[in-house]
Design a protein around this ligand. Structure first.
Ligand SMILES: Nc1ncnc2c1ncn2[C@@H]1O[C@H](COP(=O)(O)OP(=O)(O)OP(=O)(O)O)[C@@H](O)[C@H]1O
Ligand SMILES: [Mg+2]
Length: 205
């Protein structure tokens, strides 16, 4: 298959269970490299067949952001610390990391929850913190696998709208696997997969 996501664009990846959506996302995310093909991120070829052209772990940490169905926050760190730690592992000094973490929580509308542990947050709030964490290192590509599956439709929509805002305002490319057909209008483009094949895989960008 061949597909491209442009900077500033938010695209959806749809398809029935078992179609290969998560597999594709983990391939693009350099978690589970494909056995053939080529992956280019931010203009830089990073993988060719199963040969890494860059340090994949470092590249992932610096240029990619991931969001999953569950927020997977660190349970003993509060909201701001959960975001902050993502920058500290990229060697940002703690004070600067904290400032940026607070700005991000504010941007995502959960600044008033900064000092709360994940347990004290609602599912939607936890997911917003997870989005803040994914944005922390200014990734050029954000990959989200069913990020709203655990949320009610209103909260789910809010999170989808955040992705759109992030793509359009921050210039990241955002790719979201979803089964939620009610929020499809927030996406610039929709890809559909079935049996491991992209049904509308023509490159438009
Ligand atoms: N680790 C694995 N080893 C072997 N087969 C796998 C593995 N992970 C997934 N598969 C298979 O690959 C196919 C695609 O799985 P994938 O998880 O990508 O589907 P999906 O589109 O994300 O489905 P869902 O909507 O249910 O999450 C399925 O047939 C699945 O059983
Ligand atoms: Mg999946």
């Amino acid at each position: 298959m061949s597909l491209a996501v442009a900077r500033g664009e938010v695209v959806a990846l749809l398809g029935p269970s078992g179609a290969g959506k998560s597999t594709l996302l983990t391939a693009i995310g350099l978690i589970n490299p494909p056995t053939s093909g080529r992956i280019v991120i931010g203009g830089q070829p990073v993988l060719e067949a199963d040969r890494a052209l860059v340090d994949l772990r470092a590249f992932r940490r610096q240029h990619l952001g991931f969001i999953f169905q569950k927020a997977n926050l660190i349970p003993f760190l509060n909201a701001v610390e959960n975001v902050q730690v993502a920058m500290e592992i990229n060697d940002m000094p703690p004070r600067a990391a904290r400032r940026r973490a607070l700005e991000l929580l504010d941007y995502l509308g959960v600044a008033d929850r900064a000092k709360n542990l994940p347990d004290a947050l609602s599912g939607g709030q936890q997911q917003r913190v997870a989005v803040a964490r994914a944005l922390a290192n200014q990734p050029s590509l954000i990959l989200a696998d069913e990020p709203t599956a655990a949320l009610d439709s209103q909260r789910g929509r809010q999170v989808m709208e955040l992705f759109r805002k992030v793509a359009h305002e921050r210039g990241s490319a955002v790719m979201v696997v979803t089964h939620d057909h009610r929020s499809l209008d927030v996406f610039d483009r929709t890809y559909e997969m079935e049996d491991g094949v992209l049904k509308n895989g023509a490159n438009k960008t």
